[in-house]
Ligand binder design. Structure first.
Ligand code: NAI
Length: 777
């Protein structure tokens, strides 16, 4: 072919990367792999084949881990943990740095092995997966170095079980292992059964780096091994994968007092406004949905185009699709490689066959084997299954919108909330829409950008917890010191029905109004001497529903300025202070103690502290190594349901309410169960303090009965429990429905009078949204 012809056709000749070294490495290992436990490879046992999806050839045989294997790996990690943590941040930093260097030295081997095993184009494994994995270890070497000075009050969790998927095998391993090791944890990691080879090569790198035995353990196998890890004696599970499995893991770990982060699926919107640079937006789309054959949790798989440019955009898009090159993943000219496994190919085919709408497939012959063509399905209704379900393949669905408000509404019309892209040349449009999107990550005029310094993770059914940045790091730590154990607080009994001077009927507080309990029942409350103090309404599930509805309706609170929220909190503090004596006396009587005055004083202080933080807990700007910055915005979770402390009837409630509303959340609070009357007196303070209706809702009743109702409510985003009874299992298990965040039985935070760490409350009350913005181009 002459140069002139090449310029005319723009065809590329094949430029295959050699598989020789990677295949030789597999053969050197005997082509059969055991696990990596306590610093050594075990004998290969019964297992399964790992294939190259592009050719169907068997690459190696892997071992299916047994219960004994997982037990041995966890025991090794447990034994290695104390010394590894005691090494100190700078000591651990050296190892992380060595791992980063070794990943860099063997970059080509890792890239080729990844492509052979997964089917992704070599261009991607070489230029994206492996460099980002290195960057993760470099970044976290730095985090380890700084940990002792920057997080002096935090310590490692212990042993972390980590389960990763097959779409970014080495990169997901790095996201899991680097922060865990940096903070002093040891790990047992399971790669996905289709793509375990780079994890096993990483194990060899750990040996080369001289990493102490047992710090990293890798066991291979399918979902059954994942289940065994989840049931094992670990201190945290970190999972990336499907929402369905994430939900199962939430249930399997419920009530065990262990950490959990879930990075799950998505159906991320890709929003193109008519003033966007359309050519850039088309190129972005190639990266959004055809990167890694669309097998990306945050793939921009739902295109939303403004009507005025929709036809032109779709025309250009189809033309661009026809120019994509699909084929041998080892060919450096290839844009779209093989689907990871024939089973995944069948899943994609099954979802797309019989789709409504207009299906356009890239117009070129498909290679033989496990390939699926770049596909566009347009003209779908928002409720269509293809608009709602994650396809996890190279299939883009599209729809149009007219106004920015409609774009936001369509973008958020999904159960997921992982990522979103916004394209507009108008800074006002882009930065007005970004905060309105229900997503953990928003890219402005860009897509699928990742970096170790920028937190990544979802909201809603895309899971919770962040990976990367300081927020990702903290998720591998806990406060120093041993948490206090729960000790149930009982109500006082009595029988004297002494008439009250004025028969005031305390009610629930819902939507800014006093409300009778739906069931019409109340409970007599007695003091320590058995004398009747008053009646407290008994809320039921209907009252919870009403309160949640009221809280949802008060969404404007999240948009109030932080200054305004602070003003309201100060005002509550002022009004409470004015009635301090009265509240102190009531608390003394309810609890039979003389701590009322101190409790009121601490409550006022807590309100002032939350007011102070309202405009100071303000996120950060992350330096990412590309043309832009990543803003880490602390956003409110939404509606938080909380079971308040039993032992501190006013302070327990205020300590939860104040930071939550300071950050823009609305709350449904179930007051102290044995001593509910202080909370019902407190709503009078709220009524006089300019708190908008629905921002704070207060119920009284049985914690055990109301906890599962709150935790299973689909419109509640987080549930906290400071109840003196252990409700963690029921709450965490019920929370699996919409994968809400939970914060239960945190003994350190419960040290009310000594004022737990305000930061813990603020962090629990917020979710970081990472907004990538072009900067300094
Ligand atoms: P998956 O969620 O089943 O697998 C991910 C990892 O979890 C693998 O290591 C697997 O062995 C393990 N696993 C499976 N069942 C488990 C269990 N009960 N307990 C503990 N670990 C378990 O994903 P799969 O089946 O490979 O793909 C199915 C669909 O999930 C895809 O079509 C895609 O829609 C979605 N997916 C989403 C990912 C994401 O990053 N959001 C990644 C992989 C899949």
């Amino acid at each position: 072919m002459s140069i002139k012809e090449i310029f005319e056709s723009m065809d590329y000749g094949p430029a295959p990367e050699s598989a020789g070294d990677a295949l030789a490495w597999i053969v050197d290992q005997g082509s059969r792999f055991g696990h990596f436990i306590n610093g050594a490879f075990t004998e290969a046992g019964e297992g399964f084949d790992s294939r190259n999806p592009a050719t169907g050839e068997v690459l190696a045989t892997l071992t299916q881990a047994t219960q004994d294997d997982v037990d041995a790996a966890v025991a090794a990690a447990r034994a290695a943990h104390p010394e590894w943590e005691a090494l100190g941040g700078p000591g651990r930093a050296r190892y992380l740095y060595a791992l980063a260097r070794l990943l860099q030295k063997h970059a080509r081997l890792f890239a080729v092995l990844e492509t052979l095993d997964n089917g992704k184009p070599i261009r991607e494994s070489r230029d994206i997966d492996i460099p980002l994995a290195q960057r993760h270890f470099y970044y976290h070497a730095g985090m380890a170095q700084l940990m002792d000075s920057e997080l002096p009050d935090r310590q490692a969790l212990g042993v972390c079980g980590q389960i990763v998927p097959w779409n970014f095998p080495l990169l997901m391993l790095s996201w899991k292992i680097a922060p865990a090791l940096a903070t002093g944890n040891t790990v047992v990691l399971k790669p996905a059964e289709w793509t375990s080879l780079t994890a096993l090569l990483f194990a060899e790198i750990c040996q080369q780096a001289g990493l102490p035995k047992g710090v990293v353990n890798i066991v291979t196998g399918d979902g059954r091994v994942g289940e065994i890890i989840c049931d094992a004696d670990v201190d945290k599970i970190a999972f990336t994968g499907s929402t369905e499995v994430g939900r199962k893991i939430r249930q399997a770990t419920a009530g065990r007092g262990i950490g959990l982060t879930l990075e799950l699926g998505g159906k991320s919107p890709y929003v193109v406004f008519e003033d966007a640079d359309l050519d850039s937006a088309i190129e972005g789309l190639v990266d959004a949905i055809w990167f890694n054959q669309g097998q990306v949790c945050c793939a921009g798989s739902r295109l939303l185009v403004q009507e005025g440019v929709s036809d032109a955009f779709h025309d250009r898009l189809r033309a661009r699709m026809d120019k994509l090159r699909i084929g041998n993943p080892l060919d450096k000219c290839i844009d779209v490689g093989a689907i990871v496994d024939p089973e995944q190919l069948r899943r994609i085919e099954g979802m797309v066959s019989g789709a409504e709408g207009t299906v356009y497939r890239a117009n070129f012959p498909l290679p033989e084997g496990c390939y699926y063509p770049p596909t566009l399905v347009s003209g779908l209704s928002p409720a269509s299954p293809l608009m709602q379900e994650e396809i996890f393949g190279p299939v883009l669905v599209s729809s149009t919108f007219r106004t920015p408000a409609e774009a936001v509404q369509l973008a958020n019309n999904t159960r997921y909330g992982l990522a979103a892209s916004v394209w507009s040349e108008n800074i006002n449009t882009a930065l007005d829409v970004a905060p309105q999107l229900a997503a953990g990550v928003v890219w402005v005029n860009g897509t699928n950008m990742f970096d170790a310094a920028a937190g990544f993770g979802g909201v809603r059914e895309s899971g919770f917890g962040r990976e990367g940045g300081w927020e990702g790091l903290r998720a591998y730590t806990r406060a120093r010191g041993e948490p206090g154990a729960l000790s149930p607080v009982e109500a006082y009994a009595g029988d004297s029905a002494e008439p009250q001077p004025v028969d005031r009927t305390a009610k629930l507080y819902v939507g800014g109004k006093q409300a009778r309990p739906d069931g019409g029942y109340a409970r007599s409350i007695y003091d320590a001497a058995g004398k009747l103090i008053g009646q407290a309404p008994i809320a039921n599930r209907k009252d919870i529903r009403n309160a949640v509805e009221a809280a949802r309706g008060a969404g404007g609170w999240a948009k109030a300025t932080a200054h305004n929220r602070a003003q309201v909190l100060y005002y509550i503090g002022e009004n409470l202070s004015a009635r301090a004596g009265e509240f102190a006396a009531l608390i003394d009587r309810l609890t039979g103690s003389d701590g009322g005055a101190a409790e009121v004083e601490a409550s006022v202080n807590r309100l002032f502290t939350a007011a102070a933080w309202a405009d100071k807990f303000d996120g950060g700007v992350r330096s990412v190594p590309m043309r832009g910055v990543a803003l880490a915005m602390n956003e409110p979770c939404g509606v938080i349901g909380a079971l308040c402390a039993d032992e501190a009837p006013l302070l327990g409630l205020v300590s939860v309410m104040a930071p939550a509303i300071a950050m823009g959340n609305r709350v449904v609070l179930v007051a102290s169960e044995p001593f509910p009357l202080a909370a019902l007196e407190f709503y009078q303070v709220l009524e006089t303090s300019d708190v908008p209706g629905g921002v704070v809702n207060i119920l009284t009743g049985s914690h055990a009965e109301l906890a599962p109702v709150l935790a299973s409510h689909m419109d509640v985003e987080a549930v906290w429990s400071f109840s003196s009874s252990d409700l963690s299992e029921v709450i965490e298990s019920a929370s699996a429905g919409n994968l809400k965040r939970t914060w239960v039985n945190d003994g350190r935070a419960r040290d009310w009078l000594n004022a737990g760490d305000a930061r813990d409350f603020l962090e629990q009350a917020t979710e970081v949204k990472t907004v990538w913005v072009p900067y300094g181009a």
